[in-house]
Write a protein that binds this ligand. Structure first.
Ligand SMILES: [Zn+2]
Length: 117
């Protein structure tokens, strides 16, 4: 299917004619440019309204914030446990996997520290 046959291109043109504006943001689902029509934001490709819902996001952010200390403890415990496993592991392949996991956990922990501030 080339662009000319893509129905989304036609819809984009229609929307623009109706006074829609193209946003700099891309659809989180498909990466297509998003369009603002009045107060709504649409992804034409997915044919759905994108809900920016700041309030929802804020609620989520708050929920995450309260989770951070818990997550931190969990991650630190995992790292401690992992440390013991690594200490007893002699197989190189297994060690590589464990080291990767450790890096991931440390990265996650680092991200959490940044979120907490
Ligand atoms: Zn989309």
């Amino acid at each position: 299917m080339n662009d000319k046959d893509d129905p989304s291109v036609k819809r984009m043109a229609d929307l623009l004619r109706q006074g829609a504006t193209m946003l700099a943001d891309a659809c989180p689902q498909c990466g297509s440019p998003l369009f603002k029509v009045k107060d709504d934001i649409y992804c034409i490709k997915c044919d759905r309204r994108i809900v920016y819902a700041n309030s929802e996001e804020e609620v989520e952010a708050e929920a995450v914030k309260t989770l951070i200390p818990e997550l931190r403890v969990t991650l630190i415990n995992k790292l401690k446990a992992l440390n013991e496993v690594v200490d007893n592991e002699t197989d190189t392949e297994a060690l590589t996997k464990l080291a990767n996991l450790m890096v991931l956990l440390l990265q996650a922990l680092h991200k959490l520290e940044n979120m907490g501030t």
